[in-house]
Design a protein around this ligand. Sequence first.
Ligand code: SF4
Length: 344
Amino acid sequence: MFRDGTSVLFHDTGEKRQHRAPYLVDNVDSKLVLTDQDEVIETVDFWERADYFDHQTSTGKNMQILIGNRPQRFDVTGSWYCHFWDTPGGGCKYCPIGAQGGEKKKKGEVLLTDPKEIVEVLAEGIKQRGRFANILITTGSILSGKQLLDDELNYHIELLKEIGKLFKTDRFPSQLIGTAYNREQLERLYNETGLMSYTADIEVLNETAFNRLCPGKAKFIGYQEWKKRLKIAAEIFGRGRVDTGLVTGTEIGNGIGFRTEDAAFAAVSEEAEELAEAGVSVAATIWQPSDIAILKNAKNPSLEYMIRISREFERLRLKYNLAVDFDDYRRCGNHPNTDLARLR
Ligand code: SF4
């Protein structure tokens, strides 16, 4: 973490990345610092182990296995399996999760964790005063149900209702990263739970690139429909209470999207503005091609492009007066553009 609480590195997934990895956390003059090829960039620190990590549930499970965290956020992952991978090639092409799908199925990670068990851990976790500011909830996409995604939605509603019992207020600090639900499903999510914010990751802001990169999402929901559902979510949850994740850089080259960074910048900015106008912000992570993803040999764009587009997304967020306090440097710390909120 940086000294202001910005988290910059969460976990080491063990995957090999192609990009240069210049940063080293080093001990210089008895201080932990981030260095880039011997140049000291900034003082850093490790985040403290949460108190609940030392506890067990009533059935004897280690609480740290059931709920992870970032410095100031609980990370509740109901399941680590994404059902877009049920169809061969249906998952997103840069995604390392699907490649581990078979392994996860074997380990039973396709099963959803019992909401009561999750709430037992949260009840212990929130006893640590001043530590946690938000609860993030997610699962991989679950396509089954009476209508598409109903099983995923029903799980989240059940879980959020249970979590709501820990709070005295109707709504509580929370973010759900779900698949893009239709209006009826979004209304249920808002009306039946105390959820405060909603995220559905469109991954890339260009229809051609989306269709090539995310065949499952394209087949079951579609690009235009995904955008429409984000806008509906902002009507229901409120402007600035909805965002969408982007894997920035996937829109350029590699036979997927734009040929030049300038063309990508112009088109992506335009679509981001259309969403911002409707009350939806973007949360842009930096694409790092993973050696276990389908696009393992891909090349990502220049650092200059990443900086330029991050600044543009921040400019749009301010222009349309969208708060991003459910997904900023303290809650997530994964998106350079929303992390710029720390400077204002
Ligand atoms: S929706 Fe796409 S990026 Fe997300 S877990 Fe599934 S395959 Fe991976």
